[in-house]
Design a protein around this ligand. Structure first.
Ligand SMILES: C[S@@+](CC[C@H](N)C(=O)[O-])C[C@H]1O[C@@H](n2cnc3c(N)ncnc32)[C@H](O)[C@@H]1O
Length: 274
């Protein structure tokens, strides 16, 4: 026969165990939380990017372990976890706290918690300027809202979007995945271009540039003769244009740029401030 004291001790022990387990449960989120495709999100519903496309998105961004990948609206964490499995530090910004906890558990299961982190935050109110690669699967109007912020990221930052474009900023690359992907199988890549709009002095000439995202137009005046620029393009900090029958290749670094001319020799320019 149990004494009254023993019965009370058992009840208290049981109560304590239940309380500890409830507390652990609350801290780690619902361990059995199952997200539903199409469930509401703050600005976009949750639909996961097919794994085959996640892989291609990281491929076309040419992600390496030197990168820092940030997924805007990271869902169940798959893009961040895939990047982390490639040895890359990655962060997911996700508004839904259950998805954040689920992502953390998924990262732990894959053994990449050290490189894969997740924060419960609104992507519109979070600073993602440290990223070298941004991934996203949002909506066209959200991409356009984010575009000014994206264009101000470090030159050369790569942006990869599942299925949705960026308005009149045309993509630098597009891939469509056919194997292992049924819907939402297109990835678009943009590379944040250097800012080159304006007047540049070439020593013996003047370069006048108009910039629309990564496309450039304008004219080159050398030896008293101005010629229009054709096929002008920026690829991050790499600039190329044709002028006067020569191809100019170069690299932009802040207020200067320099490179080679196909007809021979080098060129150098600095902002003239005109
Ligand atoms: C279409 S899902 C994409 C999920 C994941 N990036 C992927 O590709 O599998 C969009 C995600 O964005 C999240 N989301 C919506 N609005 C958000 C906001 N303002 N800030 C952060 N996350 C948001 C949703 O909860 C959802 O998980």
């Amino acid at each position: 026969m149990m004494t009254l004291r023993a019965v009370l001790r058992s009840i208290l022990t049981l109560y304590f165990l239940v309380a500890v387990s409830a507390c652990a449960h609350a801290q780690s989120g619902k361990a059995d939380y199952q997200p539903q495709v199409g469930q509401d999100g703050k600005d976009v519903i949750w639909v996961p990017t097919p794994q085959a496309l996640v892989d291609r998105m990281l491929d076309i961004a040419k992600v390496t372990p030197k990168d820092y990948v940030i997924d805007l609206g990271s869902g169940d964490g798959r893009t961040v976890i895939t990047a982390a499995k490639r040895g890359v530090k990655a962060l997911g910004i996700e508004y839904n706290p259950d998805m954040v906890e689920l992502s953390k558990r998924n990262a732990a299961k894959e053994g990449v918690s050290e490189r894969a982190s997740f924060m419960k935050a609104d992507l519109f109110e979070t600073d993602f300027s440290e990223a070298t690669v941004i991934t996203m699967f949002l909506l066209p109007d959200i991409n356009i809202r984010l575009r000014p912020k994206i264009l101000n990221l470090k030159t050369g930052t790569r942006i990869v979007s599942n299925s949705f474009t960026m308005g009149d900023w045309s993509a630098d690359d597009t891939v469509v995945v056919k194997d292992g992907c049924v819907s939402y199988c297109t990835a678009y890549l943009w590379i944040v271009p250097a800012k080159v709009e304006g007047a540049w002095s070439l020593g013996d000439g003047e370069l006048s540039l108009k910039q629309t995202y990564q496309m450039i137009a304008g004219s080159l005046r050398r030896g008293g003769k101005a010629v229009p620029i054709a096929n002008g393009k920026l690829h991050g900090d790499q600039i190329t244009f044709n002028a006067g029958g020569s191809v100019y290749l170069g690299r932009v670094s802040g207020n200067s740029m320099e490179g080679t001319i196909s007809s021979g020799g080098n060129w150098q320019a600095s902002r003239s401030g005109k």
